[in-house]
Every structure is written in C-alpha cells, then in structure tokens.
Design a protein around this ligand. Structure first.
Ligand code: GAF
Length: 398
C-alpha cells in the first residue's frame, strides 16, 4: 500500500470505517477500493416492483471490494470470507453454482451491454453483512462492483445508472426479478436518514431518522428457505396478473400503484382468490407507507409501530412470504411494551425481523427472545442493532 492509500485507510478508520486487514494486503498502487452497504426497510415491502413507495436505509454493515487492473482479459474473483476463487474472461461470463461471483459477473455483463469496455481485473471481496439475513448482501456486491469498475476504468457512471445496472444484473444474470429498492438504498444511503423512494419515477427524499430513546433491532432467524427466489418471482407475476385484470376495466391502472382497494374488490375478488389476496396486501401496504411517513413526521412512533405489525400480518397471511420462524419472532414481541413495532423484512422466507425497541430494554429483549426461539425451533437466533450509514463510496482511487 502506498503512502496515499495508507492516509485514506487511516482517514476511514477515523470515520469508523475500517478497511478490513485481510483486504489491505491486496491493495496495490493501481487499486480502487469501495464499500457498499446492506439495507433495512422500515415499511413498504413487496411494493417496489409494483411501482410503489418504499422507505429503506443503508446500514453500517458493508461489503468491501478492492479491484486491480490486469494486463490480460482475465477476471479473477476472490472472496476472502468464503476462501473461494473463480476465474473467467471478459469474453466469457460464465454462470456459477455459487451466487456471489454471479452478482459480480452480472454487473460486468450490464456494463458491456451499455457499451462500457471492461478489461481484465482482479477483485477481492470481504465484508460484514450477515449472509442470507435479508439485509441485501447481494445488492451490496452488485453496487460495489459497478462503483469499483466505473472508478477503475474511468467510466464515470452516474449513481442512478449504477443502481439500474445492478438491479438488471440480478434480474437477468442471477434470475431474480427483484425491484429497485435494495440497490437504490445501497448506493444512495445517507447516515441517519431514511430514503423515501418513488419506485416509478425514481424520485427520492431523505427523511432524518430520529427515534429518541429507541433503536432498530434486527432479529435474525438464521434460516433461509429454499423457495425464496422462485416464490418471489411468482409473487411478482401474481401482482402483474392482478394489475392486468384491473386495467381491463380501468385503463389508467398501469400497475398496482394506481389501484384502490375498491378496484381490487371489484375486478380481482370474483376472478381469483389468491391473486386477490396478494393484490389487496400490496395496495394496502402502499397506503400504509404514505400514512406511516406522516406518523414519522409527527414523531408518532406508536402509530408507526402498529403499522409495522399490520404489515407483518399481511405479509404472513395474505402475501404468504413469511415462515414459522419469522412469525414466532414477531408474535413473541407483540405485547411487549418496549417494542413499538416488529415485522419480517425484505423478500421473506427467512432472514430478519425489524423491530423498534426502547434502548434500555434491548439487551433483555434479545436474551429472552433468543431463549424462547431456541426452545421453540432448536435454532440459535442472532441479533444486530442497526446503525444507519452511508451509501456506496469509493474510498481509494489512484
Ligand atoms: C427483496 C427484493 F430484492 C426487493 O426488490 C424488494 O422487492 C424486497 O425483497 C421486498 O420488499 O429484497
């Protein structure tokens, strides 16, 4: 590492961001180093791909990536945490069994499709985002790749275009038809702010997140059921089916964002009870986000917390993307006066619940829920207090 890099590393240390020691030895004078965070989402679940509004934030758990140019056309990928390496070439982007190299190669493919000439490079990645916990470690890898290669090869890509390419990489190369929320939150995150994103227009607004005396606590089920990505794609299809049914009678409805509860009742209920349940949840969730943001503006956390429980109920019973482990964690804290709100978060079928918890009650809560969870499921729960941090940043660029 040269003197400039050493300075950058120590400046980052001062900001509480450490370039992990295991990564430092791979940083040369030609390297670019970026970090890209995971995310939480306060409310607005499974609505991004229905053109709705969402309220995520980047967290201070991040992926770090160092990329260095090569003289040939080889792409060499190395995960320091998995102790795993993959090699391919810029002309032959293979899909692997393991998902992490695909997140990187999917972004390379998008760059190429958009006319950027990616040359050979070495990438080393490490990080501290819990895997499979629904905190979007995949989006973090995708966004890190876009930002790192843009800086390495001088593409100067706008942040919003990095977001779109990262999402497309997941849609097309990985095969998960995700919305835009995770990649947007990872790139646009801002310390101590939520991002209210309109997923149709991509306009966004930062909302200061001040919950005096309370913290966001993530309770991690430690499960990730295998049907997650196929069920996710199926939900998206069901929503599109529902929107098309409404569109026949109300042509102004292009997606569920434009629909009302009454339209869902009139046009979908008589036709398909499953699609009806899915769409009813989405339309109500979009409305819940709007009123939830008003609660936050008025600092009415009690009312906001109730909405989180309602969201969980809908995701579990109507949208059917929860699982017994997530339901257990939400049910267990429901009547606890120190917990204002709790719900499953992200795509579902495992991962974390997000909880708003009184600061002084956090330790006790984690102990008690953890014991009860282990007794009920035989699994050891994990818990994290989420700090809201910065979005994707290039931290070393020569
Ligand atoms: C996953 C997806 F990647 C997001 O786009 C979003 O749909 C979320 O599930 C559910 O709100 O994280």
């Amino acid at each position: 590492m040269n003197a400039e890099n050493a300075k950058a590393v120590s400046a980052l240390n001062d900001l509480g961001h450490k370039i992990p020691e295991n990564l430092q030895k791979y940083i040369t004078s030609e390297s670019v180093v970026v970090f890209s965070p995971g995310r939480v989402n306060l409310i607005g679940e499974h609505v991004d791909y229905n053109d709705g509004l969402v309220l995520p934030a980047a967290i201070s758990k991040t992926t770090y990536m160092a990329v260095t140019p090569r003289q040939d056309d080889v792409i060499h990928l190395s995960s320091l945490d998995f102790n795993d390496t993959y090699s391919t070439t810029v002309g032959e982007l293979k899909k692997y069994q393991k998902s992490w190299p695909n997140y990187i190669l999917g972004v390379v493919e998008q760059l190429q499709k958009n006319g950027y000439e990616v040359k050979g490079f070495d990438a080393f990645i490490t990080g501290n985002i819990p895997m499979g916990a629904g905190l979007s470690s995949s989006a973090a890898i995708e966004c890190a790749t876009g930002a790192a290669l843009s800086a390495l090869f001088g593409f100067n890509i706008e942040r919003i275009d990095l977001v779109k390419m990262a999402q497309k990489a997941e849609n097309e190369f990985v095969g998960v038809k995700c919305g835009i929320m995770d990649q947007f939150a990872s790139v646009f995150g801002k310390t101590n702010h939520l991002i209210k994103i309109d997923c149709r227009t991509l306009e966004y607004e930062y909302i200061p997140f001040e919950i005096d005396g309370y913290r966001i606590v993530l309770l991690d089920t430690q499960v990730k059921h295998s049907l997650a990505s196929s069920a996710y794609n199926k939900r998206r299809e069901e929503c599109e089916e529902g929107a098309a049914l409404i569109n026949k009678k109300y042509p102004q409805v292009k997606s569920l964002r434009d629909a009302t509860v009454e339209m869902v009742e009139e046009c979908i209920k008589p036709v398909d009870s499953v699609v009806y349940d899915r769409c009813l949840f989405v339309v109500k969730e979009i409305n819940r986000l709007i009123t939830g943001c008003e609660d936050l503006k008025k600092n009415d956390l009690v009312s906001f917390g109730k909405k989180m429980f309602e969201t969980h109920e809908g995701l579990s019973k109507k949208y059917e993307v929860s699982c017994s482990e997530l339901d257990f964690l939400v049910e267990y804290v429901k009547d606890n006066p120190n917990v204002l709100g709790a719900r499953m978060m992200g795509g579902g079928f495992g991962g974390c619940t997000i909880n708003i918890v009184k600061e002084e009650a956090i330790d006790d809560l984690i102990t008690h829920v953890g014991e009860a969870y282990e007794k009920a499921t035989g699994l050891v729960m994990k818990a994290y207090v989420a700090e809201i941090g910065e979005g994707t940043s290039v931290v070393i660029k020569n």
